[in-house]
Design a protein around this ligand. Structure first.
Ligand SMILES: [Mg+2]
Length: 120
């Protein structure tokens, strides 16, 4: 059975790229969210197997949104996808309970590898 992904990114281009990359894989996109607020609001209803989370978004950033989702749903599996590749960003993501990190620009192989690890 395919795994259901909730994609959170404020960039339409990135949402489209992720959709293209995941086509024909064992992953299907269950929902697209354009903001952290949207992700928090939709999480329970979508109940995804995995969330991909951008960091820099217009209002609430992806780290704050992940923290809130993980407080409400400790079993949530969240993978950050961001170009914000600083050590303190990785550290904070880890301390929140995020399962993985993919740098932008991303490639299919790396993405699927991190998804697999996160779902293990
Ligand atoms: Mg962004």
């Amino acid at each position: 059975m395919s795994k259901r992904i909730m994609v959170v990114d404020d960039s339409r281009l990135v949402r489209v790229q992720l959709g293209d990359i995941l086509e024909g894989t064992d992953y299907e996109i269950a929902a697209y969210c354009r903001s952290g607020e949207d992700a928090i609001a939709q999480y329970e209803e979508v109940n995804p197997d995995l969330v991909t989370m951008d960091i820099i978004m217009h209002e609430m950033d992806g780290l704050d949104a992940s923290e809130i989702i993980l407080k409400q749903h400790p079993d949530a599996r969240i993978v950050m996808i961001s170009s914000l590749a600083y050590d303190d960003t990785y550290e904070r993501a880890k301390s929140i309970g995020v399962k993985g990190f993919v740098d932008k620009p991303f490639h299919k192989e790396k993405l699927l590898e991190v998804f697999e690890q996160a779902l293990r």
